[in-house]
Design a binder for this molecule. Structure first.
Ligand SMILES: C[S@@+](CC[C@H](N)C(=O)[O-])C[C@H]1O[C@@H](n2cnc3c(N)ncnc32)[C@H](O)[C@@H]1O
Ligand SMILES: [Zn+2]
Length: 256
């Protein structure tokens, strides 16, 4: 079993268990832990409260948003997720980060891929999402799946920790994709895999009735994959469109 070492999101020194908290030996910051989930946010709680409330609210209505898109989506989207997870470049024994895990929808598929010998760290800002994910982890009894409350712009992990970083579904809305990418590149080991998937219709479908309907239901479907950004950071991304051309999937390996 592998477990990601947690680092202080202020100074990236490793954190140590201090009873009900985690403590940083570098900057002396103390981070609270509730029901086994450390809250690893930088700055006073008031800075986060409103953003977390908004994300909690979005996470609560997420199943209804999917339902609104179409009743059929409720049956084929979960199946599509399983297919996508099976196609990921992850092997048994890998240590994987589920980036912006939300309600933990990726966790069963990722746990199947890494097995008992690997490990998963999964973080999100939404306490609601994490509580849901925690129920899945506790019911299954997975010791090697650990959850953290954290911000994608300041990841609480040591550098070069993960064999793969998997992100489904928040890229188009991040305040600074540049900063989030820098953090992903920091925590991925050299030669590790990064997979980013989010709403974005395949260009040839954009002007079809289906494409127009999707963009009307959710303008985020008009987003493009972050190819230029990745190339600006020296990455060589491969892009493909998945789930009937509704989502882009970008994957690349970090340089060795
Ligand atoms: C559409 S959901 C996708 C969740 C999950 N990956 C899935 O596939 O079901 C997007 C998630 O990103 C989270 N999120 C948005 N901005 C974030 C940030 N800056 N740091 C951490 N999580 C964030 C939201 O709370 C939400 O849970
Ligand atoms: Zn610190």
């Amino acid at each position: 079993m592998r477990v990601a070492r947690i680092a202080c999101p202020r100074c990236w020194q490793e954190l140590h268990d201090a009873g009900r908290n985690l403590r940083c030996d570098g900057c002396r910051e103390v981070y609270p832990v509730a029901r086994g989930i450390p809250s690893l946010l930088v700055g006073p709680p008031a800075t986060w409260e409103e953003l977390i409330r908004t994300l909690d609210w979005e996470m609560q209505r997420h199943p209804w948003v999917v339902l609104k898109m179409s009743v059929a989506a409720c049956t084929w989207l979960p199946r599509a997720r399983q297919r996508l997870l099976r196609s990921l470049p992850i092997a048994a024994g890998d240590l994987v980060l589920d980036h912006c895990t939300g309600r933990g929808g990726n966790l069963p598929g990722l746990r199947r891929a890494v097995g008992a010998s690997g490990g998963i760290a999964a973080f999100d800002l939404s306490g609601y999402g994490l509580a849901h994910a925690l129920r899945t982890v506790e019911r299954a009894g997975w010791q090697n799946v650990r959850l953290q409350q954290a911000d994608a712009h300041r990841l609480p992990y040591l550098s070069k920790t993960f064999d793969a970083v998997i992100h489904f579904g928040a890229w188009n809305q991040l305040a600074s994709p540049e900063r989030a990418l820098e953090e992903i590149l920091r925590v991925t080991r050299p030669g590790g895999w990064v997979v980013l998937l989010d709403e974005g219709i395949e260009p040839k479908l954009r002007r079809t009735l289906w494409g127009s309907l999707l963009q009307w239901a959710n303008p985020l479907f008009g987003c493009d994959p972050p190819i230029a950004l990745l190339q600006a950071y020296g990455m060589r991304p491969e892009v493909r469109w998945v789930v009937r051309g509704m989502f882009y999937e970008v994957r690349f390996r970090t340089p060795v």
